[in-house]
Design a protein around this ligand. Sequence first.
Ligand code: C2E
Ligand code: MG
Ligand code: MG
Length: 932
Amino acid sequence: MRIYLPGKVSRRLIFQFLLAALIPMSGMAWYVYHQVSTMLLDSAYDQLRADCKSFGMSLIETLEVRANELKQLARDGSDHVPTAKPGFNAISVQTNRKLSAAQRAQIDRGMTMLLLTAGRPVELFARSAASGDVLAGQVDVATLWTNDSAPERYCILDASFAPLYCTSGQFPLDRRFLYETLGDRNGATVRWSPAGEDLLVALWRPKFLPTFDSPGFVVMQVTPRADALLKLQDFRYLFPFIFLLALSVAAGLAIGQIRRQMKPLDLLTKVTSRLAAGDLTARVDLEGNDEFTELAQTFNDMAVNLQYRFHMLALLSELDHDIINGSRIEHVANEVLGSIRKAIPCDGAGLLVRGGGDGYHLLTSAPDEMVPCSRTATAKLDLNTLRLKQPVSVLEPHVLPSEFLGRLSDGTPPRCLFAFPIITDDRLQQVLVVAFAQPPQSADNIIQGGRSLADRLGIALSNLAREGKLYHQAHHDSLTDLPNRVLLHDRCEQAIIRARHNQTAAALILIDLDNFKQVNDTLGHASGDQLLSRFAARLKLHLRQGDTLARLGGDEFVILLQDLARGEEYEILDPLLRELSIALSAPITVNEHQINTPASMGVALYPENAEHFGTLLQMADAAMYKSKREHPGGFHFYSSDLNRQSKARFDLTQELRDAVKRDELILYYQPKVDARSRQIVGAEALVRWNSPARGLVPPATFVHLLDEMGLGVWLGEWVLDRVCAQMRVWQDDALISIPVSINMSPAQVEHTPVVERIKASLERYQLDASRLEIEILEATAVNDSREVRETLLALGAEGIRVALDDFGTGYSSLVYLTRIPAHVLKLDQAFIQGLPADPRQQEIVKHIIALAKSLSYSVVAEGVEEEAQLSLLVALGCDHIQGYLIGRPVPPEEFADRWLRQAAPGPAGLLEARACQRPANEPPSAVALSGT
Ligand code: C2E
Ligand code: MG
Ligand code: MG
C-alpha cells in the first residue's frame, strides 16, 4: 500500500496522532517494562531461593537417613557394629568420648546428635539402648553434600558461615557479608560481585534441627546473574521490538485512517483548482453521508451557481458589445434566447413581441439550437390583463395561450413563469418570459439575471428606435422627406446589382428647376421651400411602384427607375420624360403667386452609360446642363460627347485651381472712346488667364468656372485691387487719368459688401471715386432683390458709376430701365453685329439709344468693328464706342503707351475724357448727340 500523505494537513494530523499515541504508549511501555522486569527478577530470585531450599532439604533428608542407619546400628548392639558402611567413612563405638551434658542428654533421649564443624569430619552420634554405648558415625561427605538435585555451584557452610563443603572453585567468601545478608532469616537472595563476577547468591538454612540437636548448616547456592536473569534478558531484548511493532501498527492504522479522511479533501482541492482555472463543469463525486459528502454537495451547488453566473456575465458582456456595435434587435434577441438556459437555471424562455393587431408573437429557441428564434408562435393576447410589474411578475402558466406554453419548454409544461416587461419610452414593448418546470428555490439570482437581460433588450430596442430616427434623418431630406443623396446612392447601387443580375437596365433622371433662384430671391425662401415641396409632390404623381424620387439639395431632384427592359430604355423613358416635361411646366401656386418653373432634365442609363452611381449622376448632370443650355424645360439623354465635355471641364477646373494659386491671371485693358471725337474716355479691365499650357485663355472659358468653384467673389476683389493699383501707377507716372470699368459677378454684387470693399481699395490707393465704373450684367440689375438695388444706390451715392453690361441679352423689359439706379448702358455686341445692314436691328438700337438717352443714361456700344457701324452709332446718338475698330484689349503697359501718354490723342482727348464723366451722384442727364 502506497503511503498517501498529500498535504500539510495530513502530515500535521499524522504527527499529532503519533504524538498522541506515542506518549501514552511510551508510558505504558515503560510501566510494563518496569513491572515485567521486576516480576522476572523477583521470579528469578524466588526460583533460586526455592532451588537452594529444596537442595538443603534434600541434604537434611540424607542426614536423617544416615542418622536412622546409625540408630539402627545402635539398636542392633555395639557388638555388631560394622566398621564400614555405605554413606559412612567410619563407624565406631565411643566409649571415651567426651560430650557435653546437653549432647549427652540428647543422645540419652534416644536422639541422634550431629557435629558439624568446619575443618572437621561430619559426625553422627547415637546411643545403643542395650549397651548404652555411644555409636559415632563419620559421614561420607561425598555422598552427604552431593546428590542429583545439587546445583552447579554451591557451598555448605556451618553455623558460623565457615565452609563445610564447596563445589569446584574457591569462593572468596565474605562471611560477614553472608551473615548480615541472611540475618536471622532462614533464606535470602543477594547480588554479589566478587572479583568482577556478577553473581546471584541464595542462602538457606534449616531453622532448627531438633533430631540432631545441631545448629545446622547454611546452603549457599551461587549462579551467574546473567544465567538467572535469562528470561529478563530475553524480555529486554524483545520489548523494544514489540513496542516498535505496536507503534508501527498504530501509525499504519493512523495513516490509513487519515488517508481515508483526507482523500475527499484532496478531491475537493483538485476540483476547486479546476474550477479556479475556469473549468466550470468541475464537480466533486463523493458518496456517503458524512460531512465531506455534505461539503461536496455544497461545493457542487456553488459550482453550478458559478457556472450560471459566469454564463450570465458572459452573455451580458456579449450583449453590451452587440449594443455598442449597434447590432440589430433580432441579433440581440437571438443571443438572449439562445443562451438564456446557460445563464439562468430555467427550463425555457421566450420573447413576447407585438405582432400585427392584437396578436403577439412568442420568439423561442430550443436549447443549443443553431438558429435561435427560429421557432415562433402567434396568438391573441392582451398584455394589460397580465398586469406586469417592474422588475418582474411571477405568472401562473394558464395566463398565457396554450400555443405559447407548448413552445416555452420542451416536454413538461411549465408550472411557473417569470415575466420581465421591457418598457421603453413609457411603452411596454416586449416581455421576456422565463419558464420553470418547478418553482425555483431561490429567485434572487433569477430575477437579477432576467432583469439584466430584459434591460439589455430594452436598450437595444431604444437604440433601434433612435437609430431608426437617425437613419431616417441621415437618409432623408428634411424639407420634402424624400430620400437624400446618401439613400439614393445606396438604392442606385442596389438597383445596379439587381439589374446586373436580372439583365435589366436602370435610369437616373436629374431634374433641375429653371429660375428657382429668382423665385427664392423675389418671393423669399419660405415661398421657395413651398415651391420645392409642391414640385416634389407633383413629381411623385408620375412615379411607378419601386421608383425612387430623391432630392439632392437646392432645386435638384433625381428619379431612379429600375427594372427597365434592356434595349427598350429609350422607348420606355421618352414618353415618361415628355409627360414629366408637360406636367412640370404647369404653373405652381405659392402664396397666391402663379409660378412658372419648368425643369430641365438629364438622363443617364445603366449599363449603357456607366456602371456606378457617381458616374451616372455626373452624366445625368451633364445631360441636364445641356438641356438647360439648349432647350430649358426639356430633357436630354447623356451621350459620350457630353462625357468628353465634362472631362474637359473637369480638367480645366483642376488647372484653373492651380492657376489661381500660381497667380497666372492677368488683366488686359480695352479703351472706350468718344463716338465722335474718338478721344479716350475710359477703359474696361478684362481678365485673362496666362496659362503656360494653354496660352492666353479668354474669360469666357473660365470665369463661369471660377463662379462655380466659388471663386467668383475672389476674382472680383482681385480685379478691383489690381485695377486700383494700376491706376495708382498710371497716376504716379503722370499719365492721362481715365475711369476704368470692372466687371462684377452677380454673386459679388448680391452677397458681399461691395461698396465697403471698393471704398477701401480707393482709399488704399488714394484714388477718386470717379475713377471707377462697375459693370454688372443686365440680368443682375433687373433682379428685383432689395440688396442689389441698395448696393447700386450706395455705389451711386459714393460717386461710383454703374454700367448695365451686355444690355439687350437679358430679355428684360425696357421698363426696368426706369427703375434701375444705373448710369451707363452698354449695348451688347449682338445688336452691333447686324449693323448697319439689318434695318430691324437698326430700329431696335435706335429705340434703345433714344430711350436710354431719355432716361439720362450714357450709352456705350460694344463690339464695334467697322467704320460703318461707328458712323451709324454716331448718327443714332451713341456716346461712346468700345470695339476692335478702336482698339483690342491689351496689357497695361501697351495700353498706357498707346492711350495714356500725353503725346497720344492729345489734350483734347483728355479733356473730352473728363468732360464725358457725369458725376455718379448726379441723376443721368441727356447726353447730346453732338456732331463732330
Ligand atoms: P464684356 O464685359 O461685355 O466685355 C466685352 C467683351 O467684348 C470683351 O471680351 C471684349 O474683348 C469683347 N470685344 C470688344 N470689342 C469687340 C469687338 O469689336 N468685336 C468682338 N468680337 N469682341 C469685342 P472678353 O475680354 O473676351 O470678355 C468677355 C466677357 O468676360 C466680358 O464681357 C465679361 O462679361 C467677362 N469678363 C471679362 N473680364 C471679367 C472680369 O474681370 N470679371 C468678370 N466678372 N467678368 C469678366
Ligand atoms: Mg463688361
Ligand atoms: Mg459686355
